[in-house]
Design a protein around this ligand. Structure first.
Ligand code: PLP
Length: 232
């Protein structure tokens, strides 16, 4: 693998954090009567030193998330030779930055505009499977947050279904900042209900602050950064 040598202390810290997060996901699945294989753990590597990311890959964490196109390009170059890594783009994504995501990512978790979806579909290389797309939903109608209004999600999901380079994987949300994780249970439950109305199975929800509650409420992908890699 390219890049710096990983210090043993860094390797051990990331390995321990990863084991703990996996254990907590497993426990949350047990509480909810779910199989732990139903939940994908995405390690959010944004702004982290390459060494920590390499350590996670060495432990078998192969789903990684970035949120800026230039960072995705740099990360792919840094980890060149690390086989099997799947990149998840958590973006907001501007229309002039779609190519990197279309060519390098497995999934895009922050779709809010049909124009971006159309570009991604056109730019998706034929030799790759369709790009998995999650429509981001602004559940609480927060002015500071990205995402479509809940009422607009079904139409955008349907539009994605018509694009050959994309697969309508599901919905994604970042609920309001909460004092305690349990406060977000209602938002996660709301996203699950909306996913059922849209006819999609994927629910990308839960971060370091609240992924266990998200798993209890049906998350199929959790996006965990600081809990795995340390503070940014
Ligand atoms: C940064 C980020 C995360 C991870 O947040 P942590 O608090 O580090 O777990 C998850 N989702 C999105 C969209 C992000 O931008």
């Amino acid at each position: 693998m390219a890049g710096a040598v990983v210090e043993p202390a860094v390797q051990a810290a990331v390995a321990n954090a990863l084991a703990e997060v996996r254990q907590r996901i497993g426990a949350a699945c047990d509480r909810a009567g779910r199989a732990s294989g139903e939940v994908a753990l995405i390690g959010v590597s944004k702004f982290q030193p390459t060494e920590r990311v390499q350590a996670a890959v060495a432990c078998g964490l192969l789903d990684l998330g970035e949120n800026r196109a230039q960072d995705l390009l740099r990360r792919v170059a840094d980890l060149e030779g690390a086989s099997g890594v799947r990149w998840h783009f958590l973006g907001p994504l501007q229309r002039n930055k779609t190519r990197a995501v279309a060519e390098l990512a497995t999934a895009f978790h922050a779709l809010e505009r049909l124009e971006v979806a159309s570009r991604l579909s056109r730019q998706r290389p034929d030799h790759l499977p369709p790009l998995a797309v999650y429509v981001e939903v602004n559940l609480a109608g927060e002015a500071s947050k990205a995402g479509v209004a809940p009422a607009d999600a079904p139409a955008l999901v349907d539009a994605v279904r018509d694009l050959p380079g994309l697969r309508a994987a599901g919905l994604m949300a970042m609920p309001p900042a909460a004092a305690v994780a349990a406060d977000n249970r209602r938002w996660f439950a709301e996203l699950r209900a909306l996913g059922e109305r849209c006819g999609v199975a994927g629910l990308s929800m839960g971060t370091s602050a609240d992924y266990e509650v998200a798993v209890e409420e049906g998350a199929t992908a959790v996006r965990v950064g600081r809990q795995l890699f340390g503070d940014r």
